[in-house]
Design a protein around this ligand. Sequence first.
Ligand code: SF4
Length: 150
Amino acid sequence: MTKKTKEKPFWLTIALDKMSSEQWESLCDGCGKCCLHKLEDDDTGEVHYTNVSCRLLDTETVLCKNYGERKRFVPDCITLTPEKLKTINWLPATCAYLLIAQGQPLPRWHHLISGSKNTIHDQGFSVKGKIICEKEAGDLQDHIADDGEF
Ligand code: SF4
């Protein structure tokens, strides 16, 4: 009888900069937090999240309405890369790319662990139900999120 060993998942064996685009994209947990407007304090450089989303984010599904062509409509949308991960200071601590770059495990609610893309929403770790679109929000200063909300 041969003993089968369980294969390690790709994010534990392939470096972020060696992943295929399919593998890279599959890591995104769909939290939607990177699609919220943030305000930076001029004096301290501290970044504050708001509950206001980019106009392309579907506030129901918290998915981008035009991911493939988003740069055409929102030119300053960031395309995350392994290099940019080292310089961006506003990603949420739960961002799957950050966790992997830091050698930390994916959380239990991540779809690659739980098997369902709904788990993150069901367990309250996404922005679903907590945001307003920039088209309706008005002044961003009125929408600064409470500490720990996002
Ligand atoms: S914060 Fe990270 S994991 Fe969450 S949606 Fe943005 S890229 Fe994906």
